[in-house]
Write a protein that binds this ligand. Structure first.
Ligand code: SAM
Ligand code: SF4
Length: 338
């Protein structure tokens, strides 16, 4: 099949990177309140008219896939399973040609109920966020008593073949940092692939501090000896954000996404679309490019693709968390689409 001609093709920035991996936020709402993400009372949610409709989401995803060379789509949020049309959106996305890889990042609540339909819609994989397997710590971190639902969601994902099932975990000092080994053992026992994500300054409450975050080095020190961790050849990493380590000679692995202490911005191939139709070239970007207005004004695909390409040219070489001048973006992680 020939790709429609575009000039220049793809989402290139001024530093030689080309974005092919699109993260699409389907909602900014959530049914958990993870302390590293949002405050107890939640946030001021986007109003319905601001949100892209299901048709609008699919239209923009289709522009990305058929005009801009995007070959991977990940639906996220907020909590993407709260989006009523999610199965239809996934189904229409997997029917695009060239067929993109389609995955979902979710907190797992409601996955037990929806896993089968999502699989039938063509979903390839899921990442489920789980920071602890202890009910009391789960409630402390998410402010909700929903551990059982998450565990049921993980099991359902495995059962219907949304594999490899990946688990994302954030460690917080004095909260769950003593449970890293327990969580890894749980994932090994169940055949889930665990990845620790360094806590980033993206919480709505601005509570992040470099001095208290748990670093990749600390995680390796905690787990290295007990689990016989050995780095997987860096050459196989490509643009993947996780550094991988085999557990006791393999084949099981554990990943560490060290966005703060070992940034991988030079290899970044990501671009993001918010639930209200704004392109963000980086999680930490302080500017966005509006596609929704042009879309609603009836712009043809070629114009939307041009706007999207232009939006990428301003992508900065790095997130600059280490710079004294670093400023957290106005949108928190839950509204960007993590
Ligand atoms: N609600 C879904 C979930 O939790 O998987 C999807 C959205 S959530 C924003 C995506 C991922 O971002 C989750 O794995 C979550 O743990 C992670 N996350 C949220 N806030 C973070 C922070 N401040 N630092 C690092 N990771 C964070
Ligand atoms: Fe919700 Fe995900 Fe944020 Fe937790 S990390 S509050 S599950 S959006």
């Amino acid at each position: 099949m020939t790709r429609p001609s575009t000039s220049p093709p793809g989402l290139a920035d001024n530093y030689g990177r080309v974005a092919t991996d699109l993260r699409v936020s389907l909602t900014d709402r959530c049914n958990l309140r993870c302390t590293y993400c949002m405050p107890e009372e939640g946030l001021e949610w986007l109003a319905k008219p601001e949100l892209l409709t299901d048709d609008e989401v699919v239209r923009l995803v289709s522009v990305a896939v058929t005009h801009l060379g995007v070959d991977e789509i990940r639906f996220t949020g907020g909590e993407p399973l709260l989006r009523r049309g999610i199965v239809g959106i996934v189904s229409r996305t997997t029917q695009l040609r060239p067929r993109p890889q389609v995955s979902l990042t979710t907190n797992g609540i409601g996955l037990a109920r929806q896993a089968e339909a999502l699989r039938e819609a063509g979903l390839d994989r899921v990442n489920v966020s789980l920071d602890t397997v202890r009910a009391d710590t789960f409630e402390q971190m998410t402010r909700r008593d929903r551990l059982k639902d998450v565990l049921a969601g993980l099991e359902a994902a495995q059962r219907v073949g949304l594999t490899p099932v990946k688990v994302n975990a954030v460690l917080m000092r004095g909260v769950n940092d003593d449970q890293a080994g327990e969580l890894l053992q749980f994932c090994l026992d169940h055949g889930y692939e665990l990845r620790f994500i360094e806590q980033m300054p993206l919480d709505a409450q601005h509570g992040w501090s470099r001095d208290t975050m748990i670093t990749a080095d600390e995680i390796l020190e905690m787990l290295g000896e007990q689990f016989g961790l050995e780095p997987v050849d860096a050459a196989t990493r490509g643009s993947a954000p996780a550094e991988s380590f085999t557990v006791r000679g393999g084949p099981a692995t554990v990943g560490i996404i060290a966005s703060v202490t070992r940034p991988f911005c030079g290899d970044c191939d990501r671009v993001r679309l918010t639930a209200d139709g704004q392109v963000r070239d980086c999680l930490f970007a302080r500017t966005e490019s509006d596609l929704r207005t042009a879309l609603r004004a009836g712009a043809p695909d070629a114009e939307l693709a041009d706007r999207w390409r232009r939006a990428m040219r301003g992508k900065l070489p790095g997130h600059g968390i280490a710079d004294p001048s670093f400023l957290q973006p106005a949108r928190p992680m839950s509204a960007i689409g993590g």
